[in-house]
Design a protein around this ligand. Structure first.
Ligand code: SAM
Ligand code: SF4
Length: 332
């Protein structure tokens, strides 16, 4: 069995949100006061996460599992959950997207404990190398914790350590080269992601978005970038920097969507399948699961959810509407 849609795309990359809560308040993600959090009893338990991931991997052809949120390191017992997910057969590749605040701390959400539990890789979000700007963007004074977290991730062998950055016009849009230089010096692989209409406050404005094209132009002014193929006829998104070995990603999710090659599917913290970040419909697996549905029935529901996946996200089309769920509750 596979997770296939009517366009023949097969989903093999599962993003699992473990919580919608977060320790930061990034301006492009949520307002200063946060958002109404999901009720605690709606959040999948560890047993439920393990069961659904087991189904996805064991029956539905998923090969990669990325844990995200909200901030996934807020999930109590994360290392133990990772240990259980690493024992799923056939073992999926396990990665984590995090703001990095806990990674250097030691203890159960520290990089060493997560690695030891079976985590393979991390993506850490960092939009600036200026502590003051970091505070302005995230509304928290935690720049040095992220920097230490990145170092702890590399030290623990959660490699290649990847850094996700969002550029915001008038805030950090002059930082593409400095971020890249900073990451190259430390051996991290940087990816720029275009700001998407997924903020809880629905304040996204296309004119304010820094496009992948602008980011590339800024990088090319200081670095030699050689496109690394891999996306067929789609625009390159990975580049070798100054002949290598350093690489940089510039991802035009809005201006150069890769929907035709999309292999992702998402499971929200409250147990809903989403076939796209921008999906308007979701399929609830939690309710039937708690009502006693069999693995077979849950797998069929999951397949039916993916089968309906639309051709593209449709940003920019007249009938585009931002999904009701913000990024923090979908799982980025
Ligand atoms: N809290 C973790 C973190 O920040 O890495 C994981 C969840 S966060 C929602 C996942 C990724 O989504 C981060 O790299 C973040 O920068 C990105 N993100 C959040 N809101 C976004 C938006 N409106 N447009 C583009 N990327 C966004
Ligand atoms: Fe939290 Fe990640 Fe959203 Fe920032 S982007 S507020 S770290 S969930």
């Amino acid at each position: 069995m596979q997770l296939i849609d009517t366009f023949g795309r097969v989903a093999t990359d599962l993003r699992v949100s473990l919580t919608d809560r977060c320790t930061l308040r990034c301006a492009y993600c949520m307002p200063a006061e946060g958002v109404p959090w999901l009720p605690g009893d709606h959040i999948l338990t560890d047993d439920e996460v393990v069961r659904l991931v087991g189904l996805a991997v064991g029956r539905l052809g998923v090969t990669e599992v990325r844990l995200t949120g909200g901030e996934p390191t807020l999930r109590p017992g994360l290392a133990e959950l990772i240990r259980r997910l690493a024992a799923v057969e056939p073992r999926p590749e396990l990665s984590l997207t995090t703001n990095g605040l806990t990674l250097a701390r030691g203890g159960p959400s520290g990089a060493a404990a997560l690695r030891e539990a079976g985590l393979d890789r991390v993506n850490v979000s960092l939009d600036t190398v200026d502590p003051e700007r970091f505070r302005a963007i995230t509304r928290r004074d935690r720049f040095h914790d992220v920097v230490a977290g990145l170092a702890a991730a590399a030290e623990a062998g959660l490699t290649p350590v990847k850094v996700n950055a969002v550029l915001l016009r008038g805030v950090n849009d002059d930082e593409a080269p400095s971020l890249l230089r900073w990451c190259l010096e430390r051996g991290y692989e940087l990816r720029f992601i275009e700001q998407m209409p997924l903020d809880a406050q629905h304040g996204w404005d296309r004119r304010m978005m820094v496009s992948a094209g602008e980011t590339l132009a800024a990088l090319r002014a200081e670095f030699d970038l050689e496109p690394l193929g891999g996306r067929g006829s789609a625009p390159a998104e990975l580049y070798l920097v100054d002949g290598g070995p350093g690489r940089v990603g510039v991802i035009g999710s809005v201006t150069a969507p890769f929907c035709a090659a999309c292999d992702r599917v998402r499971l929200t913290a409250d147990g809903h399948v989403r076939d796209c970040l921008f999906a308007r419909d979701e399929t609830d697996l939690r309710t039937p699961m708690r009502a006693g549905a069999s693995d077979e029935e849950l797998a069929r529901r999951w397949q039916a959810a993916v089968w309906r996946k639309r051709a593209g996200h449709g940003i920019g089309e007249p009938n585009f509407r931002q999904p009701a769920r913000p990024m923090s509750a979908i799982g980025g």
